[in-house]
Each structure stands twice: as C-alpha cells, then as structure tokens.
Design a binder for this molecule. Structure first.
Ligand code: FPP
Length: 236
C-alpha cells in the first residue's frame, strides 16, 4: 500500500490477546507478552512505511496494576528492555518515541530509561510512536482539566491542549485486537471521532498485513464529524 491521502494520520492500538495467545499454547502469559513485543515491532515498521504520522499503543493501563504481581513485573521488564533495545533502530528510522501516562507510578530507573529513549529519538520526524503506560483516559482528562482550571482556562480548548501529547492531534483510527469491542479507558477524549476497527486476531499474531486490512477498512469509512453526507459532498 503506498503513501496516500486516505492513510490515517493518527492510529491508536489496543494490543489485546497476549494472555489468550499464550494460554491456548499452554505457555505462561508472559510468553504472550514477549510475542506481543515482536508484534509491536512489526506494526511500528508497517505504520512508518505506510505514512502514518502518529502510532499510539496501549502498553499498560492504570488498571493493569491489578494483575498478578509477577505479570506486572514481567511487563515492566519488557517495557524497560524494549526502550533500551529500540532507541537506536528508532532513531535511525526517524521515529520519535514518546511515553504518556502517570509516570509517578514508575521506578526512578524506569523513568531514566524512558527519558533516555525520548532524548535519543527526539529528532525523529517520520513518525511518532507513543507508548501509553500507566495511562487512563479519565486520568488524562482530569489532569488536563485540573491544570486548565489552575491556569484560569477551563474551556474546551484549554482542556484539550493540556491532554497528554495534545500536539499529536486526535485519533483517526482506533484498532483493537483480541475480539473485545470496548475502549477500556484508552484515549477517551482524543478518540471522540475515531473510527473503531475491531478484529478477533490476537495481538501476537498481528502483522503488517493485518495492519493493512485495518487501513483498507478505514478508507471505506465516511467521517462526518456530526455533519450529513450531503454537506460533506458539497464541501468536496
Ligand atoms: C493485553 O493482553 C496486553 C497488555 C495488557 C499488555 C500489552 C503489552 C504488550 C503488547 C507487550 C509489551 C509492550 C511494551 C511496550 C511493554 P492481555 O494480557 O489482556 O491478553 P488477554 O486478554 O488474552 O488476557
């Protein structure tokens, strides 16, 4: 698929199904997360190649702390290892990395690893990879509203510009793998007008071809932003 006007600028992904992928093979859930990292690497490459400008992935929700401690620890370890491993290839590929979420929940070592990865890739202009970690859409809206109120700008625009990574714009296409059809407190504000693509494919099985299927589906959608089809046709 070539770079095209119909390519969504901002794609968000809920990478679901790692646990089921592992359990169906009698493997520990962590093995599914490990395979999930490989799937993420494939999709980052595909998204950058297709001309997506921002790819935001849900790596760890504010609710994921409720999982068994060993799984939480393993996820944190994979996150830190990934950040270290991706620094060089991402900067070489022109991909800027950003981490969004409540970073007060992370160890100082992990925060340093995040800072280092963001700094090493800061010059990337081809695509921004946003990793949402200890992120929740309600938390994001609340922190933005609190900051806006504190600075005397409690308006729609005032809140919007204080959301995490506000400068990266609204989500055009939200993909959820793993068969569930819900938003799970992901980018609640930013996805207000997103097109939602759901697939039963489990995240570890997701690849560039599956990503292209989502893009092809998106091309067929008519985004009306509250207007009628006729208004859109007239506007050209
Ligand atoms: C959902 O699958 C996945 C997660 C909670 C974690 C997502 C993590 C990765 C894709 C790998 C790690 C990536 C980084 C950047 C650390 P699930 O465990 O809820 O699957 P299930 O619904 O089948 O149980």
């Amino acid at each position: 698929m070539s770079k095209d006007i119909s390519i969504p600028k901002h794609v968000a992904v809920i990478m679901d199904g790692n646990g089921r992928w592992a359990q169906s093979r009698c493997l520990p859930r962590v093995e599914g997360h490990r395979k999930g990292v490989e799937a993420l690497e494939r999709v980052v490459e595909a998204a950058a190649q297709r001309g997506v400008k921002t790819l935001t992935v849900f790596a760890f929700s504010s609710e994921n702390w409720r999982r068994p401690a060993a799984e939480v620890t393993a996820l944190m370890k994979l996150f830190a290892l990934g950040l270290e491993r991706w620094r060089k290839p991402l900067s070489e590929a022109g991909v800027r990395l950003r981490v969004i979420g409540d970073r007060t929940g992370f160890s100082s070592a992990l925060n340093e690893t995040i800072d280092a990865a963001e700094a090493a890739t800061a010059a990337g202009s081809k695509m921004t990879l946003v990793i949402a970690a200890n992120y929740g859409g309600r938390w994001d809206m609340l922190q933005a509203a609190q900051a806006a109120a504190a600075e005397g700008e409690l308006t729609m625009e005032g809140v919007e510009k204080r959301l995490c990574a506000a400068e990266l714009g609204e989500v055009d296409l939200l993909v959820r793998t793993g068969g569930e059809r819900r938003i799970s407190n992901f980018l609640l504000w930013q996805a207000a007008y997103a097109e939602f693509y759901f697939t039963d494919t489990l995240w570890p099985d997701f690849d560039g071809e599956a990503f292209d299927d989502a893009l092809a589906w998106y091309v067929g959608r008519e985004r009306r932003f509250g207007m009628t089809s006729e208004q859109l046709r007239k506007a050209g």
